[in-house]
Design a protein around this ligand. Structure first.
Ligand code: FES
Length: 145
């Protein structure tokens, strides 16, 4: 093997290895982030196995064809709190920041139970009705506009 063939062969191996590494990294980035449950509703109800809350009592629930994520918390007394992460000022999706929610559009803030802590929003976040049946949590969705 002469020097030219050696360099061509080595470059081919490097390209193949790096493209495999890149594909692996790209596929990893497509996975659902930890703490996020992707699901869909049926007749306006989302159903989630309660086992999802065994290790972590807080989940973001992303419902197919619903405009906003839900923040779902299992409380110490075993009940659940489900909030629509929609700013009540002008409908902007909210961002979780530590133990609260922030609206990047005009700066409203809400605490972990959905109460307004800083305006201009004046109304608390929408609470959704929850129900436990056997080992399933059901969340009744509301139209958000
Ligand atoms: S839309 Fe959230 S503060 Fe205005």
């Amino acid at each position: 093997m002469d020097r030219k063939d050696f360099i061509k062969g080595s470059c081919g191996i490097c390209i193949a290895l790096s493209s495999g590494f890149l594909m692996s990294a790209l596929l990893d980035s497509c996975k659902t982030p930890l703490g996020v449950i992707k699901t869909q509703s049926q007749d306006g109800v989302v159903t989630i196995p309660t086992v999802e809350f065994d290790k972590d009592n807080y989940k973001i629930v992303r419902v197919h064809n619903y405009n906003y994520d839900l923040a779902v918390q299992k409380k110490p007394d075993g009940t659940y709190l489900a909030l629509v992460l929609m700013c009540t000022h002008a409908g902007q999706p909210l961002v979780k920041t530590g133990n609260s929610y922030y609206c990047a559009l005009h700066g409203s803030q809400f605490d972990h139970e959905g109460h307004v802590t800083k305006g201009p929003a004046q109304d608390n976040l929408i609470h959704l009705q929850t129900q436990i049946t056997k080992d399933q949590l059901s969340i009744q969705l509301k139209k958000t506009s």
